[in-house]
Design a protein around this ligand. Structure first.
Ligand code: NAD
Length: 373
């Protein structure tokens, strides 16, 4: 083995029903006097719960998906005017993203209380959108100092959104297996993340109010994000980044829809990753899901992922989320430019066009239809 791995420094407090206690503990640890809460209007009731034991000098609710620069500027000004010394963000990835935009230019520390499975809280990646272009970057200033996971805050997340968000987390894991900086440590985290998500998500779909499925999914989402932050963006993330930033498509649903097509495309060229993924999916979904007849790892992984997605009633078509045939050429141009040189399968205009067509129509993802190797 020969690799260089960086582990990001962050405190994780996991405890169902303990968000308020843990937030108070972190505010005390930071000796914060002027706390700003970032949380959308919709997430405000969750923030009220999580911040019940502390004083908040500024509530900021102007949250917009993909963090437009104007939204970031408003929040930065509010933080500066309020002389803020700690940000507590309560909400999904959009809310965490806005907190990161403030931290990027001010250095104000963040305590993140995530309420979806997006995973932004465990990465040092920021994103900002200007016009039709989303820019991302890496800066340790935006890594939340602490993350507080409380499954109770996620029980209100509707099943469809839980599924899409959970598959977004699964995509972090899958892409980490072949991303530019994949290594044995982040691959191990990714595999355990897959197992946990494949176990937790069907339990959420079956019993949305059950806390065990929610806890398992949060645990998996955290591992997924840590693996992703370490391994970097693979082809899947590059595709979704273009679809989100240029075509304003919803983040979680786009990831959930595109993932099996990228797996079908890359799997045959990455047999070890496919075998590991198949094993983790099998383990999470239960032995009954094992596909006895398959000998090809990529085919088995795609088949298991299809089965999981069907159990979850996952989103199937990009068309359902606003993408059209006419968008494909522009998307392909941007994706081919952004694709990592180290991607296991060769990325060319023709193959990306085929992948997007299949995802647009919601064709059953299959290795034979997409793989070029
Ligand atoms: P989101 O934050 O936009 O939330 C989706 C919807 O769910 C919103 O309407 C929100 O108010 C609602 N919601 C959130 N928590 C809820 C709860 N517990 N109950 C009910 N409703 C709830 O979507 P997301 O998928 O969480 O995040 C997407 C954004 O995060 C994108 O902009 C993406 O780029 C970013 N992201 C960044 C990273 C990173 O590392 N920087 C990683 C993942 C995602």
């Amino acid at each position: 083995m020969n690799f260089e791995h960086i582990t990001l420094g962050q405190r994780v407090l996991f405890g169902t029903g303990k968000a308020a206690e843990h937030v108070a503990k972190e505010v005390a640890r930071h000796e914060a006097r002027r706390v700003m809460c970032i949380s959308s209007e919709f997430e405000r009731s969750l923030a009220d719960k999580a911040l019940a034991s502390i004083d908040v000098v500024l509530w900021h609710s102007d949250v917009v998906q993909h963090v437009p620069v104007e939204t970031a500027e408003k929040a930065r000004k509010a933080a500066a005017d309020g002389d803020i010394d700690l940000i507590v963000c309560v909400g999904g990835g959009s809310t965490t993203g806005l907190a990161k935009a403030v931290a990027l230019t001010s250095g104000i520390p963040i305590v993140a209380v995530p309420t979806t499975y997006a995973g932004s809280e465990a990465t040092n990646v920021w994103g900002l959108t200007e016009g039709a272009t989303k820019t991302t970057g890496v800066d340790d200033k935006v890594l939340p100092a602490a993350v507080i996971y409380d499954a109770e805050l996620t029980v209100g997340l509707p099943v469809a959104l839980s599924v899409a968000s959970g598959l977004n987390a699964l995509a972090h894991c899958v892409d980490s297996l072949w991303a530019p900086k994949a290594d044995p440590i982040n691959q191990a985290l990714a595999a355990e993340g897959v197992r946990a998500l494949a176990d937790g998500l069907p339990r959420i779909a079956g019993n949305p109010e059950g806390l065990e499925g929610r806890e398992t999914a949060l645990y998996g989402a955290y591992l997924a994000a840590v693996a992703f932050a370490s391994a970097g963006s693979g082809l899947h993330h590059k595709i979704c980044h273009v679809l989100g930033g240029t075509f304003n498509m919803p983040h979680a649903e786009t990831h959930a829809t595109v993932l099996p097509y990228v797996l079908a495309f890359n799997g045959p060229a990455a047999p070890d990753a496919a075998a590991r993924l198949a094993g983790a999916l099998r383990s999470g979904m239960g032995a009954a899901s094992a596909s006895g007849s398959r000998t090809d790892a990529a085919e088995e992984a795609v088949e298991l992922l299809n089965e999981l997605r069907s159990r979850l009633n996952a989103p199937v078509s990009l068309r359902d989320h606003g993408f059209t045939e006419a968008d494909i050429p522009e998307a392909v141009r941007r994706i081919v430019k952004a694709a990592p040189a180290s991607n296991p399968a060769a990325v060319a205009e023709e193959s990306v066009t085929a992948l997007l067509h299949a995802a647009l129509e919601g064709q059953v993802p299959a290795v034979r239809a997409l793989a070029t190797t």
